[in-house]
Design a binder for this molecule. Sequence first.
Ligand code: ADP
Ligand code: ADP
Length: 234
Amino acid sequence: QRMISLKNLTKVYGQGEESIKVLDNLDIDVAAGEILAVVGPSGAGKSTLAQCINLLERPTSGQIIVNGEDLARLPERKLRVARRRIGTIFQSASLLSRRTAAENIALPLQYLGVTPAETKSRVGELLEREGLSHRATHYPFELSGGQLQRVGIARALALRPAVLLSDEATSGLDPETTRSVVALLRELRDDLDLAVVFITHEMDTVLHVADSAARLHAGRIAEQGSLLELLTDH
Ligand code: ADP
Ligand code: ADP
């Protein structure tokens, strides 16, 4: 059972002679309970891919199938709801600085009109799952890099998405913090049966986090397979 499938995904920027094909016919499948890493050098198309997956950019052609539904061609008014199926974490956790950890996690639920009681219970559950209960009322400036990223993960999971997209989320973290974030992602993929797309330029991290990997080069998938296959091909 495929949780997220990209089929013939193509993204072209610009028109005519000025146009540039940034993603060229990508096919990527990630099952529930799987972490797929997408690695590639700068300029390979990783951010564009991330923006297509979290529905901020429309692909020029191709499909983005989540839970059996193609989200690539949804009308604008349906995108906001569809976005809930995909939680995103970024390089900087990008939390609101004047809100506590708990308030940051609660935001997506409040926007959605989830009742205060339900919000409180879900936020409490998420904080506990991520070992952050003792940091609930702390502000971002009072948290370590790893704690910030964990709050970011909790916020991304608040709406119970099927897919978690990690867009360079461990880039810029020190090795130890990276390890703890990676361990958490692996735990979450097991406990919540999440399909995780882990986009990074850091090959080292991929070895620790992913079940399988795709190597992106100039908008195309140069290689795809188990980590072992990817390593032994070099
Ligand atoms: P990466 O994240 O792997 O560095 P990007 O997706 O940022 O790759 O960029 C891939 C290519 O697409 C680059 O050549 C970049 O200049 C080009 N590109 C990205 N966004 C746009 C845009 N909005 N308009 C035109 N070209 C773009
Ligand atoms: P249920 O949703 O019926 O409780 P699940 O197996 O989906 O059963 O969830 C197990 C536990 O994990 C529950 O406590 C649930 O609230 C919580 N949970 C499920 N999905 C998520 C998610 N994406 N983020 C945070 N908590 C979740």
